[in-house]
Design a protein. Sequence first.
Length: 318
Amino acid sequence: MSQNICVISFDHWNYDHHIVDTLNELGYNSNHIKIDGYQHASFKDRIINVFSKVFRGKNLKKIRRQEYIIDCLKSLGKQDQILVINPEVINKDFHLKIKTFCTTYMAYLYDSLERHPVEHLFDNIFDKIYSFDKEDIKKHNLIPSNNYIYLPKQPPSETNEYNAVYVGSLDDRLPALISLAKLLKTLEVPYKFLVIGKKRKLKPLIEEYGDLIQFDSTKLNQKQLINFYSRSQTIVDLIRDKQTGLSFRFFEAMALSKKIITNNANVKNYPFYSESNIFILNDKPLDTLFFEQEYEPIDSNIYEKYTLKNWVKTVFNL
């Protein structure tokens, strides 16, 4: 018997809609409520919101976004399951309202609780709470999960423009990225590192590190990101502070048959780990030998375990 399933999220990087698409392909009536689907109706509304935040301590846009979720659910009707991704963006009272629209209410944490705390997470709101962060799973007895392969599988590229590429926002990973860029330049390994941030913060960085890293204020969409990764033999993944789970880069690399350079040693605990495909920084010095080794295909049974089709069947108990 088919189910009605709803996913609620911001979906900043356009990952979550793949969940809904896959559910629909499997024959389930699935819908996606993008929290940022609500926008201010006018310039006047923006001004009112600014004054409300400054003088009343209330973010009207956040409140109206949550009201937007309820309005969407009223239109969709009763759901068998609702999954909210990163529940910290929704207040407790709205979570309780959302829960009245479904039989099973679940949360999925894309980030560690150290980085993004959720005050009401353990207030008996959710029937299930999934996390990809090993430390959070252990500490709070959460249901273990992981990110997923949402792309079609591709064979290894015969030629590549670069040996290593990186795309990420301007944050605490920059010092590690600079060190790696200097090393690759010394090794004469072709690479391209792209850091995205606000123009006013980028200017001094361009002056100091522009010969090592490209800085830009324009975000890549998902299609541009995948095209960028496709031009390289290896994708660089640098872990953020207070994070232990694996980012989407690992799963994109698996689909694109790309190698990974990372400082996340936890990847050793995953069945797809191999020294030929994944180099862990700080374990040993990086040299050109890693780039000279051919990509080692991943066993099909292991690969299937991390596909989005398997992910939705597991999370939604289908």
